[in-house]
Design a protein around this ligand. Structure first.
Ligand SMILES: Nc1ncnc2c1ncn2[C@@H]1O[C@H](COP(=O)(O)OP(=O)(O)O)[C@@H](O)[C@H]1O
Ligand SMILES: CCCC(=O)OP(=O)(O)O
Length: 364
């Protein structure tokens, strides 16, 4: 019998499902399986895309002549589950039930565990998720919103925030437990997180608060939002889109592509310049507030995500926040590697996989 030597990582996003095959920490093959808006539009709910996306992952394995029998585990990006500590989790039936009902929120990453389990179960191998967006390590003070009915809850780009934190700790020759970082994940959505000793102790929550982003509104004046909601002009779905998806750069400039915006600025578009630099300004302001959360004891500010490829964006932010701490750039994200590493830590016995139902409040 051939050895089971590969870990399959699956990362579902709103417009693509990224798949990668790892042997240890070596990425042997990776592909972004793109989903057109027409294909996605057919499904009322994200969980309805499960068969479609699983089929595409299995097709990719077939095309690449990767036998299911060569897999030792399948790991998926975890979704909007109940608030939970970070780490690697075994995919369980209760977890899948929660994801199917999307009781907290619909999100493409909700499919990660479902796809991982479906493929792993065919072979009787384990399936995992690692540092899902539901990771909630907030300190008590960070949980108060000012409205009694609405506590602040963490929803973060935990997988990448934790992965780059580990990477920078190593680069600084420090243990993760001994380093204070502010990680700015600058993607389609933006998370600014103070990370103390490896824990995400606060964050803006990309869909709700903080800076606007390429496609999200971030924090908006709440009174005006209430007036808009009750203006009778929009239904709930339309209002949601105005805050997530069709907001931020998309709302002002009709594109979520920062490269296109920078091109317009180079050609003299002053309006594009104000909007883009306002996004830099808001990101910097949020980094400043997270420096206060860490009492100013910040070893490094780490900028990561797609926008971290942009010299324009990174230089603007650096000028505003470098008085706090050195700015380190990890352009793009380490999510696929972080998934494989999370699964490997369990397979190699360095970490014990957490069980979802043991870590969360099932009755809330
Ligand atoms: N080389 C680049 N220069 C400037 N912006 C970039 C570059 N590459 C990607 N981006 C921008 O990064 C954003 C997407 O970031 P990404 O982390 O890929 O988002 P997500 O994973 O949330 O879809 C987009 O606004 C995109 O235009
Ligand atoms: C909901 C917080 C995490 C998040 O925004 O992820 P995406 O940017 O992948 O939608």
């Amino acid at each position: 019998m051939k050895p089971r030597e590969y870990i399959l990582a699956v990362n579902p996003g709103s417009t693509s499902t990224k798949v990668a095959l790892f042997a240890g920490e070596t990425n042997i093959r990776q592909k972004s399986l793109n989903h057109s808006p027409e294909e996605i539009k057919k499904f009322d709910r994200i969980s309805g895309q499960f068969q479609f996306r699983t089929g595409m992952v299995l097709n990719w394995l077939r095309e690449e002549a990767i036998e299911l029998g060569s897999l030792s585990a399948v790991v998926g990006r975890g979704g909007i589950l109940r608030p939970m500590p970070g780490g690697t989790y075994k995919v369980t039936d209760i977890m899948i039930e929660d994801l199917k009902s999307a009781s907290r929120e619909e999100h493409a990453s909700n499919l990660g565990a479902m796809i991982a389990k479906a493929i792993a179960d065919r072979e009787g191998i384990p399936s995992f998720i690692v540092d899902p967006v539901a990771v909630d390590e907030f300190e008590d003070l960070a949980r108060i919103s000012g409205m009694r009915e609405i506590p602040r809850r963490s929803l973060v780009h935990a997988l990448n925030v934790k992965a780059v934190s580990r990477r920078i700790a190593k680069q600084y020759n420090k243990r993760l437990e001994d380093i204070n970082l502010i990680v700015a994940h600058l993607g389609g959505g933006i998370t600014i997180a103070p990370v103390r000793g490896g824990k995400i102790i606060d964050a803006n929550v990309a869909n709700d608060m903080g800076p606007f982003s390429p496609e999200r509104a971030g924090g908006v004046p709440v009174g005006d939002l209430i007036r808009l909601i009750f203006s009778g002009k929009y239904n709930q779905k339309e209002i949601k889109k105005k805050t997530v998806g069709e907001a931020g750069l998309v709302a002002y400039l009709g594109t979520n592509d920062a490269r296109e915006v920078e091109d317009r600025i180079r050609k003299g578009d002053e309006y594009a310049k104000i909007i883009y630099e306002s996004m830099c300004y808001q990101v910097s302001k949020e980094i400043g507030s997270m420096a206060a959360v860490l009492y100013g004891k910040v070893d490094a500010i780490v900028v990561t995500g797609g926008l971290a490829y942009s010299e324009y964006f990174v230089n603007y932010i650096s000028k505003m926040v470098k008085f706090i701490a050195p700015v380190e750039v990890v352009a793009g994200e380490d999510e696929m590697l972080a998934l494989a590493q999370g699964a490997a830590r369990v397979i190699n016995g360095e970490e014990i996989a957490k069980i979802y139902e043991d870590e969360v409040e099932i009755n809330d």
